[in-house]
Design a protein. Structure first.
Length: 466
């Protein structure tokens, strides 16, 4: 995500095809599913740092499978979801995170209640051990698949600069579905939420087998993955490998472009002056630039919702929620870069926020030629040398967070690239992305990918990232 726009020059030009407007307020036309075939092979071992994969690692064939139905009306989302989960170690409970109840959205009136919890079809009593942690008893051996059912009612606030909101007939949410909080090789991700404009969530990439979104006739829907069907009141999406879900509905003015072979769809909510073709073109331009550097865009398509009340942007796999007037700063390029860093190459955003925020800032700086400006930025004393700290560290230092993590981390990456040469650094990062596609990475995984480039590692150590 990104806020605090910097005054930086806007790169002109667009490498995408001409935009095609759709009718105002109409639902986005259905697109044929471009989902790739299911994973057939296991990924290479992350320890195989010396061999550089020639293509992205495949999603785990045993990744969680999610199907969900939501109905959105009057700022309330009623829904249900079913998760098929195959843990890689034995468990005695299933933990779902309820991010709609985190302090920041809750302070604006966001609420989520759950009911109808079942494990393998049997009703169970769930325990909410904190606002954002829901625990379901479930004794499951490693390698066995367990089915979890949850119904929920999510109340969206109005006027919040956040991933949850509604205004008039426009409504949106990200991390609104109870989110399976498993990290393979580690266990449940129980990091506390943050009160900052930031994320603390962690989730493995999952197959979205079906997401059904029902809304009033006449409203459009932007959602993850491919749009399978749309009756005009119910749209169905599916996605091969996404780690979370965001949805926006509204009487959008819409436009689309094709960039690097992918559809980029932009919808602008009523009352906002942003041009849909301009928005789609800038997002598509950034997509092509990042794809040239980090590999193919990892999702079926990119949907961008320009929404009221948000100041900045918030990334989800295949979906970006963005405020008005963001094309004049780095937000567009930054959020698109997150599709690779956070989306494709995941991280625990509570534990290692720099792994997605510094990388998105670095990618955006390369795209827009703003590296020198970032390198000149003074890092606050509270954060100097602490780029790698978790969100709990920044909770009491929120004014230093952006410069200390986004900018300082990007400074480390930019200096690392200079230290070892752009070609070697870009090659190593390309291998890193392909090796860790659809995974949750740690700083140690990055250090492994940079093992042959000690001068780069030193630069990242200097800023406290490694
Ligand atoms: Zn960001």
């Amino acid at each position: 995500m990104r806020t605090l726009p910097l005054v930086l020059a806007l790169l002109a030009g667009c490498s995408t095809s001409a935009p095609a407007l759709t009718a105002d307020g109409s639902p986005p036309p259905a697109l044929p599913s471009s989902a790739a075939p299911r994973a057939a092979a296991a990924s290479p071992s992350p320890s195989a740092a010396d061999s550089c994969p020639t293509a992205n690692a495949q999603p785990d064939p045993l990744r969680p499978r999610l199907s969900a139905r939501v109905s959105i009306a009057n700022g309330v989302v009623t829904g249900s979801e079913q998760i098929a989960f195959t843990p890689d170690r034995s468990i005695s409970e299933v933990v779902l995170r309820l991010w709609a109840a985190a302090p920041r959205p809750a302070a604006s009136g966001s609420r989520i209640e759950v009911s109808g919890t079942k494990v393998d079809g049997v009703a169970v009593t769930a325990r909410r051990s904190s606002a954002t942690v829901l625990r379901l008893p479930a004794s499951v051996a490693a390698g066995r698949t367990v089915r979890v059912d949850v119904s929920f009612r999510l109340t969206l606030p109005t006027g919040a600069n956040d991933r949850f909101g509604h205004r008039g007939t426009t409504a949106w949410f990200g991390s609104g579905l109870p989110l399976l909080a498993w990290e393979r090789g580690r266990g449940w991700a129980l990091e506390p939420p943050t009160s900052a404009f930031a994320e603390a969530s962690t989730s493995e990439a999952m197959e979205l087998t079906s997401l059904s979104v029902t809304r009033a006739r006449g409203l459009g829907v932007l959602g993850p993955g491919a749009l399978v069907s749309d009756s005009g009141t119910t749209a169905v999406f599916k996605a091969r490998s996404v780690r979370d879900v965001a949805v926006a509905v509204g009487a959008f003015r819409a436009a689309r472009v094709t960039a690097s072979g992918k559809t980029v769809l932009a919808g602008v909510a009523p009352g906002l002056a942003d041009g849909p073709p301009t928005t789609a073109a800038e997002m598509g331009r950034a997509l092509s630039r990042h794809a040239a550097r980090f590999g193919p865009f990892p999702y079926e398509r990119l949907s961008v919702a320009v929404l009221p009340d948000i100041r900045g942007g918030i990334e989800y796999p295949g979906v970006i929620l963005m405020g008005t007037g963001q094309l004049d700063d780095a937000t567009a390029s930054h959020e698109v870069a997150h599709e690779w860093f956070y989306g494709l190459v995941g991280d625990d955003q509570g534990r290692d926020p720099w792994l997605d925020e510094a990388f998105a800032t670095y990618a955006e700086a390369l795209d827009r030629g703003t590296g020198r400006s970032y390198l000149r930025t003074t890092i606050p004393a509270a954060g100097r040398g602490h780029a790698g700290e978790p969100m709990t560290f920044w909770e009491s230092r929120q004014s230093a967070y952006f410069r200390s993590v986004y900018v300082q981390g990007a400074q480390g990456l930019l200096r690392a690239r200079t230290a070892v040469g752009a070609a070697a650094f870009d090659r190593a990062l390309g291998c890193h992305v392909r090796r860790n596609a659809h995974r949750i990475t740690t700083p140690a995984d990055l250090a492994t990918s940079l093992r042959g480039l000690p001068a780069a590692v030193r630069e990242l150590q200097r800023v406290g990232a490694l």
